[in-house]
Design a protein around this ligand. Structure first.
Ligand code: HGY
Ligand code: MN
Ligand code: MN
Length: 408
């Protein structure tokens, strides 16, 4: 792409993303599966370090596994941009990597303009933003800010039973050092995350980039429904306490309860019968509820309603149900002053709320944080159909460069 001020050729965001397009492809689900510390995510970390060092930005990994690429000395009050590289199972190519690639392209653009930063600039890459492996979204930024207890984080387990402490140690971190990092936090004077839009707020035509206004409150709860495991062929229908039958009714109850609350969203996207045999009546079913609402109390009330319905359904089916909260972040407005600065850099750009959680949403409770969203013509995300046109991706990087230049 050509920079509009210098007319110099800059590696396009699309070409940067093209160099990782085969990393972590998921042949079964389609799209990408890049859980934290998997081979795929480690390859992406390597790609980022190579691209950053190629630009003269030394990369360091902090005690929470966050990558920091520095233009200038690490210092308090620096300007930080970046995003994440991990994905949901079968995710798209842009959720996370677009923000990282755009940050690298923005550095190229600023260099081509001869910008000499008056304060250091860093590109940060946060681990486990999706919470796909260890269950807690934005785990890296929650650790950095102290929003999760380090012991709870250390003991999180993935589907194979590996703890986050074990995975962290296997990847060169000292699990005992996980937790709030005041020095790293002090280095963030402002944080700006560019992200693919997850929705259609930008529509067609018009500006390709919007300013983030707020992040919808969002939480995750695990429900375990316990029944009586038995043989599928020798157990009469009247003699069953089948947790799968209870789960089916509970999932329907989730959809009905959320549909009745204006602005609410509730989803069961993951269900795991135990033991999970075709000819076996399950003994237990675990399912995960994702619930969100602009008003925190409404989200929590909705979960209470769902829990009450689940208990009645389970009892009717001769089962029991337990509910435990795995993560929660209330609705967060981005820093007003930083948002105004972003709006000044993007005259006429819409200001959009987002229903998706982001590291910027966690950081916003601790440092001035803001977001930019780049048009996704499908509006679809957490799916292989997530998309960004090349011209819009390059427009996003150019706007990010403008914003960083104004803030530098
Ligand atoms: O779940 C979310 O909203 C985010 O994509 N982690
Ligand atoms: Mn994301
Ligand atoms: Mn996501």
């Amino acid at each position: 792409m050509r920079d509009r001020y210098t007319d110099k050729i800059i590696p396009s965001v699309t070409s940067l993303l093209g160099s990782i397009q085969d990393v972590g492809r998921d042949p079964r689900r389609g799209g990408y599966s890049r859980p934290v510390f998997s081979t795929a995510e480690l390859d992406l970390r390597g790609w980022f370090a190579t691209e950053a060092e190629r630009r003269g930005l030394p990369v360091e990994t902090d005690r929470n596994g966050i990558l920091w690429a520095w233009w200038g000395q690490p210092q308090e009050g620096a300007l930080v941009t970046g995003s994440h590289l991990d994905s949901v199972p079968g995710g798209g190519a842009f959720d996370g990597p677009l923000g990282v690639a755009s940050a690298l392209a923005a550095v190229d653009i600023l260099r081509s303009r001869g910008v000499e930063p008056r304060r250091s600039l860093a590109i940060a890459v946060f681990p486990e933003e999706e919470g796909s492996r260890f269950g807690v979204a934005c785990l890296g930024s929650r650790l950095l800010t102290g929003e999760i207890d380090p012991d709870k984080a250390r003991n999180l387990r993935d589907a194979d039973g590996t703890t986050f402490a074990e995975a962290a140690r296997a990847n060169g971190l000292d699990p005992e050092l996980l937790g709030r990092d005041g020095q790293a936090l002090a280095r963030i004077g402002d944080f700006v995350e560019l992200h693919v839009e997850q929705g259609r707020g930008l529509g067609d035509g018009g500006p390709a980039v919007a300013v983030g206004g707020s992040v919808l409150g969002h939480g995750r709860w695990r429900m375990s429904i316990t029944g009586q495991g038995n043989h599928a062929g020798t157990t009469a229908m009247a003699d069953r306490a089948d947790p799968m039958v209870a789960a089916a009714q509970i999932i329907l109850a989730v959809q009905q309860a959320a549909s009745g609350v204006e602005g609410a969203r509730a989803t069961v996207g993951r269900i795991e019968p135990v033991p999970g045999g075709t000819n076996v009546i399950a003994s237990r079913v675990d399912l995960w509820l994702d619930a969100r609402h602009p008003q925190d109390a409404a989200a929590l009330d909705l979960v209470d309603t769902i829990h009450g319905k689940a208990q009645k359904i389970a009892a009717f089916e001769g089962c029991t149900v337990s509910l435990s909260r795995e993560s929660w972040t209330g609705t967060t407005d981005f820093d007003a002053e930083l948002r105004r600065s972003l709006e000044l850099s993007l005259p006429g750009a819409p200001v959009l709320p987002t229903g998706a959680g982001h590291d910027a949403g966690i950081l916003a409770g601790h440092v001035p944080a803001g977001m930019l969203f780049v048009r996704n013509p499908t509006g679809i995300s957490h799916s292989p159909e997530e998309y960004v046109e090349e011209a819009d991706a390059d427009a996003g990087a150019a706007v990010l460069a403008d914003v960083l230049q104004d803030l530098l």
